[in-house]
Design a protein around this ligand. Structure first.
Ligand SMILES: Cc1cc2nc3c(=O)[nH]c(=O)nc-3n(C[C@H](O)[C@H](O)[C@H](O)COP(=O)(O)OP(=O)(O)OC[C@H]3O[C@@H](n4cnc5c(N)ncnc54)[C@H](O)[C@@H]3O)c2cc1C
Length: 584
């Protein structure tokens, strides 16, 4: 008999989205009990690593229309425009709310909230707290959540399977990592806020915990994964580690040069659509285009060789020590500690690195999935405001806007629902979930976790990287299919119950393989180039056939089935993403 823990709402994930959801439930419906599960201590969630900032209209020269248009054009018209409309209007409210909870936004000399430019924006609208924005936001949310007695935390609980029956979700099973015990968290509604899946790729800015668990859980429970072929490369990661050098460094005036010390971006067609007054977008073009320009420079032999592969230089020297220390202290610290390069005196070697998953759990504008009682928000979800390419700094705001929405709706559902479900049946399903883990634990086989994980990473980089082709993707799909069957033959080396990281990594690998297959199969089927999805064999965007969301539905050992859904267009008709050139 499994240990059963009853609450009104279960939230899986205590990063920005999960904490924001928890606060919303606790303050709107204080009587509800909330179980907040996280596989790491909340402050170690990936949100803490965000540097650059959070977008929201702040200046008089800016407007909601600007934010809307930049987001939709940046996303290559694959965003749902009703969701974007809601998002841009909520953004400044949420960011101001954060200030009231104690978030120390950087200020101008006049005492106003300071905003910095980010790629693909017409007017500066990125709120920041030096270059440690995510740290301050997560701290603010975490501290605020402590005020509410209704939120009960379960740190270091690894959630495994959703428990659902007849189209409704009733909870989740989770492993208490301290004891190895599996428990059934029974709830009236469930929110998934488990973050992205960058670890599917070998070279990524994403922390080791970003393994797509929540996506895989929802997918296996019958909720489609949407637009998984869209994976964002960030143009400036440190070679070797993949550590991010924030876009804020280019926002503050950093330059990208190739081995000839030449600002190569002037040769490419880059964003934003309506360029900054009197200058080319250059370093402030959108991320997908900048990463593609790097690839082109590499083909031309213009990149710089480093012991960790090819790179270009990010030059901040002209900003001067004072500005670097004030605005980009973490960039300086990271460059010195991880590259041995002080950006005050030398340019920093950088290269594109996998950063963000635009796709995720299919939700509607209410953060609801097609399973009743199941909601999702944050990077694990696809609502979709990011379309084919997320604009930098929209994500931190998205956590707040849709985290709050998921919280409000899950609370409402939990307080109204009347359940007629066979409790014994649910308990039996939870037990099956636990038995599956026990089988994995005891299985004797010849495959190792690191071995399969490395193979998966290599397959994804080779087959579904910055540029893709039919044959590279077919290879990836076939190899991933084999990998999935080989996964059934893994053997754990650690058989203990206390903090068994071997077991956790096995479960994470299982999630990643499912997510990787959804990415590769979705990419193979999208025969066009749009945003971050670039096909060398279909170089044009094809609105006639592909102005649609991909929906990948789990099909067990087989590849997922693929369907499409029309994009919601309200006021911005698809146009050419024409970039660069002088403005009037
Ligand atoms: C280095 C870096 C810098 C970034 N900078 C910016 C920026 O400047 N601006 C911007 O807008 N965006 C930025 N982003 C993107 C943004 O930070 C993320 O998209 C966002 O923080 C994700 O938040 P989240 O709440 O969805 O998930 P996360 O913060 O990743 O939290 C996920 C939570 O889920 C939990 N979890 C996961 N799986 C399980 C499981 N199986 N069981 C239990 N718990 C689980 C984790 O423990 C964690 O608490 C950056 C990303 C990175 C990697």
């Amino acid at each position: 008999m499994l240990n059963k823990i009853n609450s009104d709402v279960v939230i899986i994930g205590a990063g920005g989205a999960g904490l924001r959801a928890a606060i919303e439930i606790a303050r709107s419906q204080p009587d509800l009990s909330i179980a907040l599960l996280s596989k790491v201590y909340p402050m170690r969630s990936h949100t803490v690593a965000a540097e650059g900032g959070a977008a929201g209209v702040a200046k008089d020269e800016d407007s909601f229309d600007n934010h809307f248009n930049d987001t939709v054009a940046g996303g290559d018209w694959l965003c749902d425009q009703d969701a974007v409309e809601y998002f841009i209007h909520q953004a400044p409210k949420e960011l101001t709310q954060m200030e009231h909870w104690g978030c120390p936004w950087s200020r101008t000399k006049e005492g106003k909230v300071a905003v910095r430019p980010f790629g693909g924006m017409k007017v500066e609208r990125t709120w920041y707290a030096a270059d440690k924005t995510g740290f301050h936001m997560l701290h603010t949310l975490f501290q605020t959540s402590l005020k509410y007695p209704g939120i009960k935390r379960y740190d270091e609980y690894y959630s495994i399977d959703l428990i659902s029956e007849n189209g409704q979700c009733y909870g989740v099973t989770a492993l208490d990592m301290r004891t190895g015990q599996i428990k059934f968290f029974r709830a009236k509604s469930v929110i998934i806020a488990t973050g992205g899946a960058g670890r599917v790729f070998p070279f990524t800015t994403n922390g080791a915990i970003k393994t797509g668990d929540g996506m895989a859980m929802a997918y296996r429970a019958g909720v489609p994964l949407k637009d998984m072929e869209f994976v964002q490369y960030h143009p400036t990661g440190l070679p070797g580690t993949g550590i991010l050098i924030t876009e804020g460094s280019r926002g503050e005036g950093g330059l990208l040069v190739n081995k000839n010390n030449y600002r190569y971006l002037q040769d490419y067609n880059l964003g934003p659509p309506d360029p900054w007054p009197r200058k080319k977008a250059m370093e402030l073009g959108p991320r997908d285009r900048l990463s593609q320009a790097f690839w082109q420079e590499q083909q031309k032999g213009n990149t710089i060789q480093t012991p960790f592969g090819d790179a270009v230089h990010l030059d901040l020297r002209h900003l001067g020590e004072e500005k670097i220390n004030e605005r980009l202290p973490m960039v300086r610290e990271l460059a010195i500690n991880y590259m041995g390069v002080d950006p005050v005196h030398e340019p920093i070697p950088v290269r594109p690195v996998v950063h963000y998953t635009m796709g995720g759990i299919d939700t509607d504008i209410e953060a609801a999935t097609r399973l009743k009682g199941l909601y999702a928000a944050g990077e694990c979800a696809c609502v979709s405001i990011n379309g084919a390419n997320r604009l930098g700094s929209n994500s931190l705001t998205e956590l707040l806007v849709f985290g709050s929405k998921a919280g409000a709706n899950a609370a409402e559902f939990a307080s109204k629902t009347s359940e007629q479900v066979d409790e014994a049946l649910l308990e039996n399903m939870a037990k099956q979930s636990a038995d599956k883990v026990a089988q994995l634990f005891h299985h004797q086989g010849k495959e190792t976790i690191p071995g399969l994980r490395n193979e998966m990473n290599t397959i994804m980089e080779a087959g579904a990287g910055i540029y893709r082709t039919e044959s590279s993707l077919k290879d990836a799909v076939n190899q991933l299919t084999q990998l999935k069957s080989r996964f059934a033959d893994i053997e754990l080396t650690d058989k203990s119950n206390v903090y068994n990281t071997d077991l956790i990594q096995a479960l994470e690998l299982g999630s990643m393989i499912d997510v990787a297959r959804a990415m590769a199969v979705s990419a193979l089927n999208r025969q066009e180039s749009r945003g971050s999805h670039q096909r060398l064999d279909y170089v044009e965007r094809d609105d006639k056939n592909f102005l649609r969301h991909t929906l990948a539905t789990f099909a067990g050992d087989d590849n997922p089935t693929i369907d499409y859904r029309d994009v919601v267009i309200t006021k911005s008709q698809p146009a050419e993403r024409v970039y660069g050139g002088e403005s009037k």
